[in-house]
Write a protein that binds this ligand. Structure first.
Ligand code: CP3
Length: 421
């Protein structure tokens, strides 16, 4: 049987063999995850990786690599706290403008239109996996796609970001938000179809699904577009907590159902992006945001898929973000992973965090940074290598390909390595 049905040799570096090198330093349930999930807030006490819900029969996470699935893929194992000898890596924003094949395919189609064309979304998701040999695909979409599918007027302006036709600021604006009923479920059909097409091509490489967290998505809605300090959003939270509550509840449902649609259609892990949450202090986060992020993640917490939570400039929020029901924490490049591990409960897998700035330096500097990140993550229960934030559009794609090859040539040096039994 063909385990790698993709048309080009994406695993020329031998990455497809990597699941055989799994070490015995953990177990499939993910050591320590139950304790990792309950700091600081009154969120549910445990977020087991195996919930009462189950994945459909044909889901790739139900089969191992020998049967063409991803159940034993080393990237997923790292997220469950089972270490491999070779690092696993993917990049936030690995699909997109850094790739000439993306620019060619996107020509004449707007960003959001490309996201709701299943064939296009699938092809764009596959492009960086083929080219770079990364260990996972990240579903090509955007954090505002669910809002568009629910019927809101939103576009992505090139070089700017998401812009909403009507900012949501008053009680009347919130009243006017579309209900998220059967229509929304139907509107998610192109997403489910795109995920199905993608995982059929990815074979033994897992697909990561994602959504925007309530704070970050709501910030675009309230501000109307990108914002430096999210002042209006933070002001709404303080002046009209009742309105904020209704808006964030709506977005949590919107994003949560988008996540669940991706997982049931074939994604094997999820990442909740709260990119702009670093604008909040801990108190604001705990009082106004955490429960909503928890509500979004709860849409998939009955399913056996790891849940990564990522924010930018959010070192002070690591614990409360984990407490929202994540099973692994994404860390940006401002905080060294060993420092993050001092804060996080033992057993928490981490993801990150090569500074994207090194993509514009020398190979020597890049590889030194990559080695440093591996060392800083060595003591973690699991570590998935990533950048500290997304791939900048003007990145030379060859630099990423070479970085992946370099990482795959490295052996993870674990602090206390147990001899193989
Ligand atoms: O490769 C991937 O990571 C998957 C696709 C992905 C996109 N957006 C595609 C995209 C993902 C995971 C996102 C999430 C997203 N979108 C976030 C969270 C991640 C982060 O970077 O913090 C945020 C904040 C957004 C909102 C958004 N959408 C911004 C800020 C921008 C960039 C605007 C610009 O032109 O600089 C977008 C547009 C966008 N989303 C592009 C892509 C590939 C560029 C669109 C283009 O080709 O013009």
């Amino acid at each position: 049987m063909n385990q790698n049905p993709m048309s080009e040799p994406i695993f020329a570096d031998g990455a497809s063999d990597r699941s055989r090198h799994l070490s015995a330093s953990g177990n499939a349930a993910g050591p320590g995850l139950a304790t990792a999930a309950a700091p600081l807030a009154e969120t549910p006490s445990a977020h087991p990786l195996t919930g009462p819900g189950s994945l459909p029969e044909e889901h790739p996470a139900r089969r191992s690599a020998v049967d063409g699935g991803v159940a034993d893929a080393s990237l997923l194992q790292e997220l469950r706290g089972v270490r491999s000898d070779t690092p696993s890596v993917w990049f936030m924003r690995q699909a997109g403008r850094s790739l000439p094949e993306y620019r060619a395919l996107r020509e004449g189609t707007t960003m959001l239109d490309s996201c709701v064309r299943p064939d296009m979304a699938a092809e764009i998701t596959l492009q960086p996996v083929r080219r770079h040999g990364v260990d996972a695909g990240i579903f090509f979409s955007d954090i505002v796609v669910p809002a568009r599918l629910a019927g809101l007027g939103v576009e992505i302006r090139p070089g700017v970001g998401p812009v909403f036709d009507h900012p949501v600021r008053t009680e009347a604006d919130i009243e006017a938000l579309p209900p998220l009923g059967d229509d929304y479920e139907e509107a998610l059909a192109p997403i489910r179809e795109a995920v199905r097409l993608t995982v059929a091509e990815l074979g033994t490489t897992p697909l990561i699904g994602f959504a925007g967290a309530p704070f970050t998505v709501a910030s675009y809605m309230v501000e109307g577009g990108p914002s430096r300090d999210h002042l209006r959003t933070r002001a709404l939270m303080r002046s009209r907590p009742d309105l904020w509550e209704r808006l964030a509840t709506w977005v949590a449902e919107l994003s949560g159902r988008f996540l669940r649609a991706q997982v049931l259609a074939g994604a094997s892990a999820v990442q909740l992006f709260d990119s702009w949450v670093g604008a909040l202090g801990q108190e604001q986060y705990l009082e106004h945001v955490q429960a909503h992020s928890a509500a979004a993640l709860a849409h998939v917490s009955d399913l056996p898929v790891p849940r990564i939570h990522f924010g930018v400039g959010a070192a002070h929020l690591l614990l409360p973000m984990l407490g929202a029901g994540a099973t692994a924490m994404g860390v940006d490049h401002r905080l060294r992973l060993d420092r993050a591990l001092e804060v996080l409960p033992a057993g928490t897998p981490v993801q990150g965090n090569i500074d994207p700035a090194v993509l514009f330096t020398s190979e020597e500097a890049r590889f030194a940074e990559a080695r440093g990140v591996l060392e800083a993550g060595a003591a973690a229960a699991g570590h998935v290598v990533n950048l500290g934030h997304g791939v900048p559009p003007d990145t030379d794609p060859q630099v990423l390909t070479d970085l992946v090859a370099f990482l795959h040539s490295q052996r993870v040096a674990r602090a206390a390595e147990a001899p193989e039994a």
